[in-house]
Structures are given as structure tokens and as C-alpha cells.
Write a protein that binds this ligand. Structure first.
Ligand code: NAI
Ligand code: PYR
Ligand code: MG
Length: 609
């Protein structure tokens, strides 16, 4: 299945650097980013001398050619001998390796990003499995906790709740002006196309990180370029500083954000409204990505803005999509019909309800009645199973899943093992941030009722996983079908190897974002999201044999992203949501069209403006 989708991609023009970067990333050495015209191999550069060396977008460091050194007044500003991109990568990699721990590696890579984006992205793409956990979960969570201590230079827009709507607009306008000055307004980076925003309240499982939350917006923006092929110059990270309830941060004299408690209610809503209005006004073709908002806001904001502009909540919808795809793949392996599956979601917060909703959306697409679909999903939160009697304490989104109390009279609604014994779920999904919550007794109970227990401990970072794969394999005698929120190495058991899929929204949001941007969709529909999940499930390696991962390997993320993006654009075409003119209808042509719009981190010859 996997190869069916990935085989017919033409391999063309392999540059020498293909020894380091996968050939599939080098198909279009001169590819444009967001433009419909193909660009020439050169790039117009408005800068010279030290200003050029200081620009991460044009800087090539030791790779500047003799003629570029002459044209751009660089002679004397660099050591004499020009080197190749490969040599530069090799030097950067040995510097990276010399760093003593993961956090220092994270700092090192971010420092490269602020010096030279081609080097940064090409280095990571050549060591994706090794470096993704350093720039993303789990290490990024540590970096965010230390944000105010590690801070060197800002990247993105810092907005705070005390700003008037005029000031919010002015700050975003200032960002756009600086961006245009930097790029000299080239065709491929004409305007901001993707805005990632976080208010820092629920960061990667490590809670309220205040203004440090801007770093998750940066990291997700980096993944948009790295995995999604969005030109890094059209991505705008935004941090919304609304105060913090994290006492440690407030007590830290180096903390860089507002030192009062979080402001909520009307003032918060007005602040968000002025931000979204300014985004719509200043970046009319942008897609807005919400990241790591608190449980009281994530869903609510998505519902408020979903019909007003193309926007997306990654924790709710991205997690929902990737989990749905792993469930679809597991269902094929376990030979159960997804529509009939019983699912217990442990942790009924943003991610938990998002997953439940995606399961329902997919069942509805298959013709199942929405209420019936909800009956097959049980949500458990810190006070136990969600019941109708808990009504007032439940959010509107949670209420659809609350079970009638009459069905649960005399039954335990709190203990996980007992819940499993009553529900007999096919799938158990953990998004609770409770380390070790999937105990041996709970897992063994599950394995008594279904042939292939589908168990996904998805909480991040790694230290918060509800169970570790090794135990799940042992407790179920290798029957469990597993996916985890952060990466895990394969498990060896009884002489067999079991690959563990990383079920992280990073596989899907770059594709959904890319598709939404290049096709200029009016909104992001449930149909588009379900199609994204189907595309990923069709590429599941687990369909090719026992022990293989449920989800595609991270090393193939670019190819996978392209396939998903094609599906999403096609669905948007069916639903008449595509505003961009001339988007091909034919699948093969569409594939090429998407590929041509994926930015790749390769040096281009610089020419004077
Ligand atoms: N793998 C992935 O792609 C993603 C993973 N996550 C992870 O999922 C976790 C949850 O994230 P969010 O939903 O955004 O947070 P959230 O705070 O909205 O939800 C967590 C929920 O777990 C509940 N909970 C706490 N203790 C519990 C207990 N003992 N039993 C049952 N439920 C309990 C909380 O009351 C809350 O409703 C985090 O660790 C996050 O990093 C989130 C998004 C994507
Ligand atoms: C992966 C992600 O978005 C989270 O853990 O919040
Ligand atoms: Mg998140």
C-alpha cells in the first residue's frame, strides 16, 4: 500500500548533496515555494557584505562562491577557501555531535537557524530521525521551560493582553515590513501565508509556560518548512502573553513575560478577536494554526473562528487526524470495522475530545448517524467516566460523549481496569499526561476481550507516557498494536522486533497546512481532515507485515506529506472550497503541482536585485 502511493514519484536531477540529503528531497533543486511559476535557478538578493552574512535567508557562510564573494562585497569577510554544501554539513554535524546533551544540541541548532536557514534545514533533513526529537518533542519541552534563560534573539511576534487592537495590528504590520525588507519582496515570499499562534497555556504536556510558549509556535513553524515544504520566510510565529499561572516562572527574575496571573474572560476574548482580525486584514491569504492553548480555550476558539477563516487547532484536529489514521491502520491489521470499534479515550481534554470527534467525523462520512457513533466512544477524565449527571461540569464538546447514568448504576466508573472490563474496548488511547496510567492489570484485562488490543499512550513528553511500549508488548504477549506520542526505539520480544509508530500530529499538520495554503481554501473542513487520515492509513507499513510500524517512518515525511496534501486538496475541490485558480483536478498532475510548491533547503546562486 505504502509503496503504491510513493512509487510513482519521478526522481530527477540528483545533486551531489544527495549523498547526505535523501534523493527524494532533491527533485527540484530550484523549486519555488508558493509560486505557480517556476523560478530560475538564481535568487535575487538585496543585501551585500556584513548585512548579507547576517541574514539567515541569504547567508551561505563558507559556501559562497568566488563570484558571489566578488559581486556581494564579501571578499575579506570570509576565510579564503570556498567549500561545498556537503563540507559545511559535515562540519556542522560534528559541531552538533560535540554538544554534551540534548538541550545544548537544541540551542546549537536554533543558533544555526538564526545564522543560515539552508544549513539548518538541510542538516536536520539529513539526520531527521536523530534530530527531530531535539528540535521538537521531547527536547523542545525542556527548551521551552528554560525559555527566559536560554533567550538570545527573538523570532516571531510578541503580543500582550495589555495591547490595544491598534497596537496588535501595528506589531503584526511591523513584522510584515521587516519580512519584506529581508526578502526584497520576491515572488515566492510575497506575504505571510502561515501564522502559528500559542498563548503558552498547555505546552507539550508541560503545562503553562507563559511567554515561553512562543517557542512552540516557532518549532511548529520549523516543522511546516522542514516536513511541509512551506518556505520558512512565509511563516509567522506568534506568542500571546496573557500572564501566567506558573508560580515558578513568576518568581523567576529572568522571566521575560508579564508577571501577573493569566487573564481570562472578556478581556482575553477581545484580545484574541483583535489578533485574528489583524491577521485577516494584514495576511488575507494566511492559514491560522492554534497550538497548545488551554483546555478552556482550545476548542472554543476553534469553533468561534473555524467558519471565519481557514484555521486549524493542531492539538484538537491534528492529533485527531493522526490518531484516526493509526486507528484505521490498526483496524485493518486487527480485522475490525472502524465503525464498530469501541474506543476508550483516557484524558478528556483538547486532544482527547479532538480524537473522539475525528472518530465520529469519519464514521459520519461513512454514513453512520452521529449519535450512534458517539455511543462507541467512552471518555474518561480525572473524575472517571464522563456521565450525564456531570453535565454542568462538562464542556459542550464533552457532553456529546457523556453516558446515561442509568447504564452505569452499580458499575465502577473510576477504576481503569474495571472500566475496561465493562466496556471491552478495542482501542485505549492515552492523552491524560498521567505517567504509567495504563497499568499491567488494565492492559491484561483489555487483552482478555479483544484479539489485538490497540493501545496508544500519546501523552508527551516521553516521561508522561501512560505506558511504555516494552511493557505493552510483554503484557499482551506481543498482541498490542502500539503508537506513542514521542519517538520510541523498536522493542525486541521473543526474538521478534516490533517497530513503534510515533503518533504525533507533526505527520499531518504540515500537510494540511501546506494544502490549505497552496490551494487557498476558504476553510478547513472535517471532510478534508478525514481524507488526510485516510491517506496516512493507506501508507501504513503495518499493512505490509507483522511487527512493522502503524504509521509511516519519519524519514519519509516529505513524501508522506505530499501524498496527504494531494488528498486534502482533492477533497477541498470536491467540497468547492478551493479559491486558487488553475489547480489540477487529475491526481497525477495534482501530485506534481503540489511537489513543485514544496520548498527545499538548497543553495541557489545569488544575483543582484
Ligand atoms: N501525540 C500527539 O500528537 C499529541 C499529544 N498530546 C499530549 O496529550 C496530552 C494532553 O494534551 P491536551 O489534551 O492538550 O491537554 P489537556 O490539559 O487539554 O487534557 C488533559 C486531560 O487529562 C485529564 N486528566 C488529568 N488527570 C487524569 C487522570 N488521572 N485520569 C484521566 N484523565 C486525567 C485532565 O483533566 C484533562 O482533561 C499532553 O501530554 C500532550 O502533550 C497533545 C496533542 C498532540
Ligand atoms: C504534539 C503536540 O502538539 C503536543 O504534545 O502538544
Ligand atoms: Mg501541541
Amino acid at each position: 500500500m505504502y509503496s503504491k502511493h510513493l512509487s510513482n514519484i519521478p526522481t530527477t536531477r540528483i545533486s551531489p548533496i544527495s549523498r547526505i540529503i535523501k534523493p527524494s528531497l532533491l527533485h527540484h533543486p530550484t523549486s519555488p515555494a508558493m509560486s505557480t511559476k517556476s523560478s530560475s535557478s538564481s535568487l535575487s538578493c538585496p543585501l551585500t557584505g556584513n548585512a548579507l552574512l547576517a541574514s539567515p535567508y541569504y547567508n551561505k557562510g563558507s559556501v559562497f562562491t568566488p563570484s558571489e564573494r566578488k559581486t556581494f562585497s564579501l571578499n575579506g569577510l570570509l576565510p579564503s577557501l570556498p567549500q561545498s554544501h556537503e563540507q559545511q554539513l559535515s562540519r556542522a554535524y560534528s559541531q552538533y555531535k560535540s554538544k554534551p546533551d540534548d538541550l545544548s544540541k537544541n540551542t546549537f541548532l536554533n543558533s544555526i537557524r538564526s545564522q543560515n536557514i539552508i544549513l539548518f534545514y538541510s542538516l536536520i533533513l539529513s539526520h531527521l530521525t536523530e534530530m527531530l526529537p531535539i528540535i521538537y518533542t521531547p527536547t523542545e519541552a525542556e527548551a521551552i521551560k528554560e525559555y527566559s534563560h536560554l533567550f538570545r534573539r527573538p523570532d516571531g511576534v510578541f503580543l500582550n493582553i495589555e495591547m490595544s487592537s491598534e497596537e496588535v495590528e501595528e506589531a503584526l504590520r511591523g513584522w510584515e515590513k521587516g519580512r519584506k525588507e529581508m526578502f526584497g519582496n520576491t515572488e515566492e515570499t510575497e506575504e505571510t501565508r502561515y501564522v502559528v499562534v500559542s498563548d503558552g497555556e498547555a505546552i507539550l504536556g508541560v503545562g503553562d509556560q507563559g511567554i515561553g510558549g512562543i517557542a512552540i509556535a516557532e518549532a511548529k513553524g520549523v516543522l511546516m518548512a522542514l516536513c511541509g515544504g512551506m518556505h520558512p520566510g512565509v511563516v509567522c510565529p506568534v506568542g500571546l502573553d496573557c500572564g501566567t499561572d506558573n508560580e515558578d516562572l513568576r518568581g523567576d527574575e529572568l522571566y521575560l513575560g508579564l508577571k501577573h496571573g493569566r487573564i481570562s474572560g472578556e478581556k482575553y476574548d477581545q484580545f484574541i478577536e483583535s489578533f485574528v482580525k489583524a491577521v485577516k486584514k494584514l495576511f488575507p491569504r494566511a492559514v491560522l494554526h492554534f497550538e497548545d492553548f488551554g483546555v478552556m480555550n482550545a476548542r472554543r476558539l476553534l469553533e468561534t473562528y473555524r467558519e471565519k477563516l481557514p484555521c486549524f487547532n493542531d492539538d484538537v484536529q491534528g492529533t485527531g487526524v493522526v490518531t484516526l489514521s493509526a486507528i484505521m491502520a490498526s483496524a485493518k491489521v486487527a480485522e475490525v470495522d472502524v465503525k464498530e470499534m469501541r474506543t476508550l479515550v483516557f484524558g478528556a481534554g483538547s486532544a482527547g475530545v479532538g480524537i473522539a470527534d475525528m472518530l465520529v467525523a469519519s464514521a459520519v462520512e461513512e454514513g453512520v448517524d452521529e449519535k450512534e457513533a458517539c455511543k462507541n466512544i467512552w471518555l474518561v477524565d480525572k473524575n472517571g467516566l464522563l456521565l450525564e449527571s456531570t453535565g454542568d461540569d462538562l464542556s459542550p464538546a464533552q457532553k456529546s460523549y457523556a453516558k446515561p447514568d442509568s447504564d452505569w448504576k452499580d458499575k465502577d466508573t473510576k477504576d481503569l481496569t474495571k472500566l475496561i472490563s465493562t466496556i471491552k474496548p478495542h482501542a485505549l488511547l492515552g492523552v491524560s499526561t498521567v505517567k504509567g496510567a495504563f497499568t499491567e492489570s488494565a492492559v491484561k484485562e483489555m487483552a482478555q476481550h479483544v484479539k489485538r488490543p490497540i493501545i496508544f499512550p500519546l501523552s508527551n513528553p516521553t516521561s508522561l507516557h501512560e505506558a511504555v511500549p516494552e511493557d505493552l508488548i510483554k503484557w499482551t504477549e506481543s498482541k498490542a498494536l502500539i503508537a506513542t506520542g514521542s519517538p520510541f526505539p523498536p522493542v525486541e520480544h521473543d526474538g521478534k522486533k516490533f517497530e513503534i509508530a510515533e503518533n504525533n500530529n507533526s505527520v499531518v499538520f504540515p500537510a494540511i497546512g501546506l494544502a490549505a495554503v497552496i490551494a487557498e481554501v476558504g476553510r478547513i473542513s472535517d471532510g478534508m481532515l478525514v481524507e488526510a487520515a485516510r491517506r496516512v492509513a493507506d501508507m501504513s507499513p503495518a499493512l505490509d507485515g507483522e511487527g512493522k510500524a502503524l504509521l509511516p517512518d519519519v524519514e519519509q515525511v516529505r513524501d508522506v506529506v505530499r501524498e496527504i496534501a494531494v488528498g486534502v486538496v482533492k477533497k477541498a475541490q470536491e467540497e468547492k472550497l478551493v479559491k486558487k485558480q488553475g489547480v489540477p483536478m487529475d491526481e497525477e498532475k495534482l501530485k506534481e503541482w503540489v511537489e513543485e510548491r514544496m520548498w527545499k533547503p538548497e543553495y541557489r546562486e545569488l544575483k543582484k536585485v
